[in-house]
Design a protein around this ligand. Structure first.
Ligand code: AHR
Length: 327
């Protein structure tokens, strides 16, 4: 009898142990996230990738499947289909452009995988195809740049004088391009003297912008302002201007407006080479992780979340401020 009781106690202990281990394994299960990133076209994008990888790490309870689409939408479509096949728990998409997502997101929906959009937005017929979006208010960024330009030319006493603007655009159809362009177009409509002398498709890269601005300057056309839709394209423009012997910035003949406010651009702004850096915050990793945690807890996160942003000009910048920034 004693022996039977001892065996029963041992069995109970073993079963209890297994149950506890099962419980612990359940608790330790990583949340599998497939993330389709646009590419590595800019310093902003590199900071964004680093933020996502850091936040969606194993130590934070995630298994991240990362795909770099190298600025091609077809690669993003392939990556999403691959994530669906691998039956991930969540898909996170940083879309290259707004359109072209309906079919693939229908497939994700049919597979029961929630989709979170980050950075740029998407235009889909059925808004239920994605759960949540987090990113920048790109129109507000553009309007911030325009207000700075209005105030600057007003202080210089030339608000109603002709202003020849060279516009360097980001990837066609990306929310950042569409809305920063809209802010400029709206301003040109309300200022009769403002004129866009050329629009260059710089694709958010330094190399492309350098080539295009260099070729443009070789025509001899005069400009007063460069409205550059990201910092890396500004770096390319500065190189082309330097080579052409044209000075930009606070003591120059061309006002340079730049978007993103990455560290190198802020340094150039402090030196007076860039007049204004309009901030675009790339640190979305913790925001995306928080959205997933809300969904895991059965909560309904906000459909759209806009991050707070500002702008920087030389008069407010100093080395300590720049070094404190995370990107
Ligand atoms: O969508 C955000 C934009 O994409 C940033 O301004 C740019 O640098 C990046 O490539």
């Amino acid at each position: 009898m004693k022996r039977i009781l001892a065996a029963a106690a041992l069995l109970a202990l073993l079963l209890g142990g297994c149950a506890a281990r099962g419980e612990a394994q359940r608790e330790e299960r990583l949340i599998r996230v497939g993330f389709s990133q646009v590419g590595s076209e800019s310093d902003w994008r590199m900071a964004n990738t680093a933020s996502m990888i850091d936040a969606l790490s194993e130590k934070n309870g995630f298994e991240l499947l990362f795909d770099n689409a190298k600025q091609h939408q077809e690669n993003q479509l392939l990556a999403i289909r691959n994530f669906i096949q691998q039956d991930v728990d969540y898909i996170v998409l940083a879309p290259i452009a707004e359109s072209g997502w309906d079919d693939v997101l229908q497939e994700a929906k049919a597979a029961g995988i929630p989709v979170i959009i980050v950075d740029r937005q998407i235009a889909v017929a059925d808004e239920d195809l994605y759960t949540s979006w987090v990113g920048s208010d790109f129109l507000a960024e553009g309007q911030r740049a325009i207000r700075w330009l209005e105030q600057t030319v007003q202080q210089q006493g030339r608000l109603s004088e002709p202003l020849r603007i060279l516009h360097i655009q980001g990837t066609d159809g990306a929310t950042a391009q569409l809305l920063r362009t809209k802010a400029l177009d709206d301003a040109v409509r309300t200022h009769p003297g403002w004129q866009i002398v050329a629009r260059l498709q710089g694709e958010y890269t330094e190399a492309k912008s350098y080539e295009l601005v260099r070729d443009f300057l070789s025509t001899g056309e005069k400009i007063d302002v460069i409205y550059s839709e990201n910092d890396n394209m500004s770096f390319g423009a500065i190189r082309a201007l330097d080579e052409a012997g044209i000075r930009c910035g606070t003591d120059g003949d061309v006002l340079l407006i730049s978007f993103d406010a990455v560290r190198q651009a802020l340094e150039l702004c402090m030196e007076g080479k860039i007049n204004v850096c309009v901030e675009c915050n790339p640190l979305h990793g913790p925001r995306v992780a928080a959205l997933i945690e809300q969904l895991e807890a059965g909560e309904t996160p906000a459909k759209l979340t806009y991050v707070d942003e500002t702008f920087f000009s030389a008069d407010i910048l100093n080395e300590a401020l720049i070094q404190k920034r995370e990107y």
